[in-house]
Design a protein around this ligand. Sequence first.
Ligand SMILES: Cc1cc2nc3c(=O)[nH]c(=O)nc-3n(C[C@H](O)[C@H](O)[C@H](O)COP(=O)(O)OP(=O)(O)OC[C@H]3O[C@@H](n4cnc5c(N)ncnc54)[C@H](O)[C@@H]3O)c2cc1C
Length: 460
Amino acid sequence: MPNMSLKRVEMPVQDGKVRSGNIDEVALGYTEEMAVEEANRCLDCKHKPCMQGCPVSIHIPDFIREVREKNFEKAYGILKSTSSLPAVCGRVCPQENQCEKYCVRAIKGESVGIGRLERFVADWARENLKEEMTKPVTNGHKVAIVGAGPSGLTCAGDLAKLGYEVTVFEALHVAGGVLVYGIPEFRLPKAIVQHEIDALGKMGVHIECDSVIGRSETVDELFDEGFEAVFIGSGAGLPNFMGLEGENLKGVFSANEYLTRFNLMKAYQEDSDTPIYKAHKCVVVGGGNVAMDAARSARRLGAEVTIVYRRSMEELPARHEEVEHAMEEGIEFKLLTNPVKVIGEEGWISGVECVEMELGEEDASGRRRPIVKEGSNFIIDCDCMIMAIGTSPNPLLRSTTKGLETNPKGCLLVDEQGMTTREGVFAGGDAVSGAATVIQAMGAGKKCAASIHEYIQNKL
Ligand SMILES: Cc1cc2nc3c(=O)[nH]c(=O)nc-3n(C[C@H](O)[C@H](O)[C@H](O)COP(=O)(O)OP(=O)(O)OC[C@H]3O[C@@H](n4cnc5c(N)ncnc54)[C@H](O)[C@@H]3O)c2cc1C
């Protein structure tokens, strides 16, 4: 008999007051009993509507059926057959807008906790299985991947399975992209990311860190070295600013820089020699996941944090769960508010002048346009401001590679197969779409792996 509870099984979490003083993971995951109870809420629908919401087409009802039967190893095999990063996706995918959005249980009550079950299975496998990876037999063809984020790693994994000799060139000293430099430890432990990357290594994927393509060597030189195709998964790591008066004062940071210091360079550790400013009062501008991560990181370094967002809670783009967690950790939200000027004393930020906003008609994005309430100016005192208002692709690759075209936002142009305007060069993830999601980047990496395979086979 299915479990007909309208509510999903709660996921245990660390207490808000305790966790704002540590870096440990906030959500603690299901126990076996909880996972089986939640899996029993799945109705195993014949038409599998949940699958249409998954960019990598995970066989969702099939893996959940195995969880219900306590066949966790089989459930893991099903996940791994289409996703190379299930422990990551189970934690950070916006399932509420993807698979869970189409779950029939959501018509009356809460959807099945698909992400929570995915996380449970991947964690169970990491703790209980010794994965025997067999290196596929090589087909003698070489492919280069630029960037070791979710798009590049997925593309690399799928091509390695087909027998390609894959080298991933990564600019940073660690692979993982945003998963290691952006998303904090308390949301996505780095040991988990590394475990999933190690699995790719066992399949024969070679990762060369500290290699900035466009500086260490160019895409053209990669072809000269015998690579037959190149995939660009270089992300969108260039932070946007608002161009406000005073934005270049000391104490104003981009979320990317702040989070890179905090996560990748481990500035949260007592003995870390990474410089990071430990603010007393910090204003974070933006309403996405990046803003939540920056705010919650600053909180863990001891700051009183206010998030300033120009629309209302309804339009706030961050995951609902992250907003709730931020509130529980004592972060204040100043909604319908926009900064207009950064105020400073002796070169250092001392406050942010803001205006109140109200919402007008819908704009082209379908959201109601924020309009300034004249004369509503007020000042928030602070000694730190973190800008989390979006990012764009870095121009380095397009400026050093012949024939690569971009749209006005700097995103690479690709055709249906994911090939750029330069033959043999494919691209996907944030470098093409602009800042998006992990699973969309993985979906693009998967599609491009199939296209690269076809491209190389057709040339033979
Ligand atoms: C703070 C933060 C929080 C987020 N939270 C979520 C979330 O909760 N859920 C979600 O789904 N998405 C989230 N996202 C978005 C998600 O992480 C990205 O959409 C995703 O990582 C994009 O993957 P990618 O492979 O395209 O690029 P990235 O992950 O950006 O990886 C690109 C890699 O390419 C490398 N690179 C760049 N240029 C070069 C070069 N010239 N040569 C060699 N290497 C290069 C970079 O160093 C990087 O490692 C978040 C993003 C940020 C910044």
